[in-house]
Design a protein around this ligand. Structure first.
Ligand SMILES: *Cc1c(COP(=O)(O)O)cnc(C)c1O
Length: 408
């Protein structure tokens, strides 16, 4: 199928070209019918069958059959994601959470054990802490994976999966992917390491190069980049993607819509340009906030004061990689003061999500049920700030005036 992804001779197997060239050309191609140099959105639910369809496997995902079994816009995007992550194959599903649940439910069987980071996206926490153990008899252990020793201490004969999120949402804890991968390789049975790489994207860090087996991205965030489509990806070897397609895509139904796959493919063309700006702006803002007398703490892996700065720096995949666009911080004020500060912001929008063009901020209060898992500084309430693509000075001025006008 690789030849159908060819555009001016560039295929998913071209790894020697630069990241930007691959972000632009992979997933695009010339439309055979019209000659258009943009691939169309194919919205059909079904594809024509041979006169005698009795040989068709209705659960297959590699022929055009029914859109839930796989569709062209999904496959174009998968070719790009696999290439950018450096994997043999990739599956693109309806959301980041669909990608997480697809991985867990495909890899883990009743009686298996999984280890996961103490700070993960809330749905990963719910699945691994509650839903999979209670409904499907899967054992799980939650650990502070920023210390690989904690992970090593939990490995059991039935451990099948280690799932880490790094940098973690919202504490920005960083885990040492290479050190944890080494633990899995030293074990005397097969353990898979999956990494939620949403905060870094493959522009900053490529977990497979560091020894991980599976990389998960919420495409909703930086890879789409424009805050207008949900999607998720799993990049890994073909043997696993085939199982994931059979289980999670065809039979659980987590397929992405053709329109969202098309939007994400288009948004991802500018991923490298946008990540350079997110990285630079977040770094400047983190440094500015850290020096501000009204700021109680800043958590950003690009700050030398971050406890895992050295590990984070050692993971960067390119000379122009950075530490991502998300930081968390707290002000010298109370619950009401943080909310007053947010109400005074003019450019930064109060909303969840991250990786959009516009800057987004969300207050995470003392009532968060997972607070006991966060470092102490997070216990008085804090703000998660997803730095957007506005001019850095405008953002800094907006933060400063809001601090002043909120009387903090
Ligand atoms: C948003 C997010 C997810 C979930 O992605 P959706 O596309 O919203 O389902 C998973 N992991 C991380 C780190 C995220 O930030």
């Amino acid at each position: 199928m690789a030849s159908s992804f060819t555009h001016q001779g560039i295929t998913r197997d071209h790894h020697e070209l630069g990241f930007s060239t691959r972000s632009i050309h992979l997933g695009n191609g010339t439309d055979a019918e019209t000659g258009a140099i943009r691939r169309p959105i194919t919205l059909a639910n079904a594809y024509s069958l041979p006169d005698d369809p009795s040989d068709i496997n209705w659960s297959s995902s590699d022929t055009n059959l029914y859109t839930r079994n796989g569709h062209p816009n999904q496959r174009y995007l998968e070719a790009k994601i696999a290439n950018l992550e450096g994997s043999e194959d990739a599956v693109v599903l309806a959301s980041g959470v669909a990608a997480l649940s697809a991985t867990f439910t495909t890899v883990l069987n009743r009686g298996d054990h999984a280890i996961f980071s103490d700070t993960t996206y809330i749905a990963a926490y719910r699945l691994l802490e509650q839903i999979l153990p209670e409904k499907y008899g899967i054992e799980t252990s939650i650990v502070d994976s920023s210390d690989p020793g904690n992970v090593a201490a939990q490995i059991r004969p039935n451990t099948r999966l280690i799932h880490i999120e790094t940098p973690a949402n919202p504490t920005l804890k960083v885990s040492d992917i290479a050190a944890i991968a080494k633990l899995t390789h030293q074990a005397d049975h097969e353990i898979l390491l999956s990494v939620d790489n949403t905060f870094n994207t493959p522009f900053n860090v490529r977990p497979l190069d560091l020894g991980a087996d599976i990389v998960i991205e919420s495409l909703t965030k930086y890879i789409n980049g424009h805050g207008d489509a949900l999607g998720g990806s799993i990049a890994t070897r073909k043997e696993l993607t085939e199982q994931i397609r059979f289980t999670a895509q065809v039979n659980y139904g987590g397929i992405i819509s053709p329109f969202n796959a098309w939007l994400i493919n288009r948004g991802s063309v500018t991923l490298p340009l946008r990540m350079r700006q997110h990285n630079a702006s977040a770094q400047a803002i983190a440094e500015h906030l850290q020096a501000h007398p009204a700021v109680r703490f800043v958590a950003y892996p690009g700050l030398p004061s971050h406890p895992h700065h050295q590990v984070a720096a050692s993971q960067l995949s390119r000379p122009d990689s950075g530490f991502g666009g998300v930081l968390s911080f707290g002000l010298h004020t109370d619950h009401a003061g943080h909310n007053r500060f947010v109400s005074k912001l003019n450019i930064v929008t109060s909303a969840v999500s991250l990786g959009h063009d516009e800057s987004l901020i969300v207050f995470l209060g003392e009532d968060d049920e997972r607070q006991y898992l966060y470092p102490e500084v997070f216990h008085q309430g804090f703000l998660r700030f997803a730095v957007g693509l506005e001019d850095t000075d405008d953002l800094i001025n907006d933060l400063d005036q809001a601090i002043e006008n909120a009387d903090i």
